[in-house]
Design a protein around this ligand. Sequence first.
Ligand SMILES: Nc1nc2c(c(=O)[nH]1)N[C@H]1C(S)=C(S)[C@@H](COP(=O)(O)OP(=O)(O)OC[C@H]3O[C@@H](n4cnc5c(N)ncnc54)[C@H](O)[C@@H]3O)O[C@H]1N2
Ligand code: MOO
Length: 412
Amino acid sequence: MSASPLRSVAEHQQHVAALLATPHGSADAWPTETVPVAEARDRVLGQAVTAPEPLPSFDNSAMDGYAVRAAEVAGASAASPVRLPVGEDIPAGAATGELAVGTARRIMTGAPVPRGADAVVEVEVTDGGTESVEVREAREAGTFVRRQGSDLAVGQEVLAAGTLLGPAPLGVLTALGIREVVVRRRPRVLVCSTGSELADDPVPGSGQIRDANGALLAAAVEEAGGVAVRQLWVADDVPAFLALLDEQLAGGDVDLVLTSGGVSAGAYEVVKEGLGPRGVEFTKVAMQPGMPQGSGLVGGVPVVCLPGNPVSALTSWEVFVRPGLRRAFGHPVPDRSVVRARLTEPVQGLPAKRQIRRARLDRATGEVTPWGSPGSGFLGWFAGADALIDLPAGGTPLAAGEAVDAWDLLSR
Ligand SMILES: Nc1nc2c(c(=O)[nH]1)N[C@H]1C(S)=C(S)[C@@H](COP(=O)(O)OP(=O)(O)OC[C@H]3O[C@@H](n4cnc5c(N)ncnc54)[C@H](O)[C@@H]3O)O[C@H]1N2
Ligand code: MOO
């Protein structure tokens, strides 16, 4: 058997990103849907939003104090205060009223500034009177008045397409009375585990195991902003696998098929044997874990075939699929945060492959601790990790205290 050269991680990242972008061409062309604002958290805005009304919608007070005519308190000082009779209170929620000439009205923060008033004197520079008030400092016209439209004018763009709808965007949409919003559809992912060793039973039979990949990949899809539309399992049976795939794709509701297992060099490589002849490319990437990878289009739908070892499957997801998928629908944060962190213990990577190690990152001290063996069978250790250490090929020994790139798996 001749060994073909390994594809670099960067090259395969680009390859998968291009594949995932293929069906729609660009993130701006990703299909959209309209959802209630109340259900739009963490969605990506599909089209720009402009303000249908001004914000604030009426002139209101920025302080608890007295609505006045600035000209009537122009000369006020501690030594020479101005005294004005006080009219009716204006609490928040009151309708807009009038300010009679030669008077002041108590006004609360957020309450409408009455017609005729052009400034608010904060209560701290007055005697706080309720019948009449002594104003001890002058205030210019406009002071502490939040003008209608001073935050957003009608027609002004509030949110650009591609904005991630977090707290402030959702708040402003609500403030503007917008109840529905156009968002990019979540990528719909079919998660398909393969392997005759997988069992559904609570107590698996001899040689059988539970479908960890199905669970972890479905969770990963949802965490990335996608929907795991269906989570299926198929035995190492090529015709059954292809029949299932064709049936699933016939529905037209899948943006990505994610398989795990059956891509390496053994005798029962169901994914490779089934999809190789259909034009899916199987390649080896210079990465550990996650060397064997498959990718291609089946019936126009991107299919990414991950290796079966759970650590390899999840690492491959992090390195190749998550960033490519998020880019495809225009998520503004396609990549995990990468921090330079100091090792708490020595590590050594591999001579000819980039090695991705599980780790625990101390975000307060910037220290990172390798977590468990580098082997791809240690899902238990992965479960206790919250970062990945990215060791370049070369196999250079690194001492404790040296810096490495750590991918923060808790970053969004
Ligand atoms: N002779 C060679 N053998 C292997 C090579 C190679 O180059 N030459 N590559 C190794 C590497 S690296 C990896 S990674 C694995 C990839 O294997 P497959 O993708 O074909 O996966 P399987 O053989 O089906 O399974 C591997 C391992 O993972 C377990 N598994 C599979 N699916 C699940 C699941 N849904 N949940 C939990 N565990 C799962 C499976 O039982 C195996 O233990 O190949 C190496 N071999
Ligand atoms: O390259 Mo495989 O993914 O470690 O075990």
